[in-house]
Design a binder for this molecule. Structure first.
Ligand code: SF4
Length: 462
């Protein structure tokens, strides 16, 4: 009987995709995935250190696993990802029942480390230098076990060369390493042959993709054109671009390549120039707005989303008012708003004497939410009555009588009918009948293309 593994992911899409790759590697070892941790022979925690209290949460989970390990001494426990990269030996000091610790630069070694730990006992292997572009860690991820058979993430670059004051990523993921363009195109072609119709290109700063590969400068626009012309791929998305590196050629590629979706996630973080300098973001509010206008002018029906941090150390009421002004002017389709929380090891964490009182931050956060939602609702209401192309995801989580899917702009649409309605992975036309700040409602007009993938199950609800 084959051994079973259970992978739990904490963190961002990059980590989710790393877990898919890890699952593919374990399947290649002859193991089988399980969703029941009690049933697993190998448990892997793929960790993140971006969120607050990530370490407390991890050690809490590891504490719970201790009793399972006591009952089942053969159980292997591995911890990988960003927190493992940062904490290394500390993980085994705090949780000695962990068998394997691996970092962000050697995920492909995880199966070999598990084998070694079986024979020799606990292993901690964390590399300081990022894996070179030609290594197994950057190999095409066609064996990844993907959650959705019709949509796939593709990591184009790891690491980050920037130094935003609030961010721990550069110190755990290292400098930027871009995967060769030909590898990425081959990966997307392979995905398309398997029936994947939507790919999302992942990187910490996708706009600088390729800067480390050639002296010609970033190659992101070239990559968009290459991936966008792969037959069978109908939607290309990407995340995240840094506003300072958004170049005219990228905007032109977005406007000209039919498969590249009309969606741009452009993290603003703050609308006050003073705060932007303190954050070390490398642009002013005016520069951000002018790049946004250039993108909107060139790309028809562009949806723009953003990230905003409230309560960065030293943020005054005047700074916050500037953020509100920029948000109102930009009228985002949606925004991920975060309350600042210090990440140990970052510059911002050392600005303790300038931390904004929590009650002030909570009040600002609520005021920001209202401005964001007002803008998003206005943009969504403008879509009522239109017929949108929707890629079906499956039954709505909130209301199983509805189907859910996404438009090219990445907007979530809940629509009728569910019974006898299109299968997940189908493209269909939906008339938008209603709007809310975070989603649209609609009615099915017709199915325009059935699913291209062969594997119909599992399907994830929205
Ligand atoms: S661009 Fe800034 S926020 Fe994004 S990963 Fe790099 S350092 Fe972090």
């Amino acid at each position: 009987m084959s051994r079973k593994f259970y992978v739990r992911t904490f963190g961002c899409q990059m980590n989710e995709h790393d877990s898919e790759r890890l699952a593919g590697l374990l399947v290649a070892e002859g193991m089988e995935a399980t969703v029941d941790i009690e049933d697993a022979d190998v448990v892997v925690f793929n960790t993140c250190c971006i969120r607050e209290n990530a370490d407390n949460k991890l050690y809490g989970h590891l504490g719970h696993l201790k009793s399972l390990r006591d009952r089942r001494p053969d159980l292997q426990i591995a911890v990988g990802g960003c927190l493992a990269q940062k904490d290394r030996e500390l993980i085994r000091q705090k949780a000695p029942h962990v068998d394997v610790v691996f970092g962000t630069h050697n995920l492909a070694r995880a199966p070999a480390l598990l084998r070694r730990a079986e024979k020799e006992g606990p292993v901690v292997e964390v590399l300081d230098a990022p894996a070179p572009a030609a290594s197994a860690d950057h190999a095409p991820a066609l064996s990844a076990v993907r959650a959705l058979p019709y949509a796939a993430w593709v990591t184009i670059q790891t690491g980050c060369d920037n130094s935003c004051a609030f961010c721990i990523v550069p110190s755990v993921r290292g400098p930027e390493v871009s995967r060769p363009i030909e590898d990425l195109v081959a990966e997307v072609e392979g995905l398309a042959r398997r029936g994947v119709v939507e790919v999302t290109l992942l990187g910490q700063n996708v706009n600088s993709y390729g800067r480390d590969l050639t002296k010609r400068g970033p190659l992101f626009a070239e990559l968009l054109r290459a991936v966008g012309s792969v037959e069978g791929v109908r939607r290309v998305r990407f995340t995240s671009p840094h506003p300072k590196d958004l170049r005219p050629e990228t905007i032109a590629a977005m406007a000209e390549v039919g498969a590249v979706c009309e969606q741009l996630h452009l993290p603003l973080q703050a609308g006050s120039d003073r705060t932007l300098v303190a954050m070390r973001r490398g642009y002013t509010a005016q520069r951000y707005l002018s790049r946004l206008s250039a993108a909107r002018a060139a790309i028809d029906d562009l949806a723009v989303t953003t990230d905003i941090i409230v309560g960065f150390p030293g943020e005054t009421e005047e700074d916050f008012a500037a953020t509100l002004e920029v948000v109102a002017e930009a009228e985002f389709d949606s925004a991920y708003t975060f309350i600042f929380s210090p990440r140990p090891g970052t510059r911002a964490a050392a600005m303790e004497e300038r931390f904004v009182p929590p009650e002030v931050v909570a009040d600002r956060f609520e005021r920001l939410r209202r401005v964001v939602e007002r803008g998003a609702l206005r943009r969504h209401e403008a879509r009522v009555g239109r017929v949108e192309e929707v890629l079906v995801e499956g039954p709505s989580r909130r209301d199983q009588s509805l189907l859910t899917g996404r438009t090219r702009q990445g907007k979530l649409v809940h629509f009728l009918p569910v019974d006898g309605g299109p299968l997940a992975g189908s493209f269909c036309e939906v008339t938008v009948t209603g709007a809310a700040p975070h989603h649209l409602r609609g009615e099915l007009v017709r199915v325009t293309a059935p699913p291209a993938h062969r594997r119909r199950i599992p399907v994830r609800a929205a």
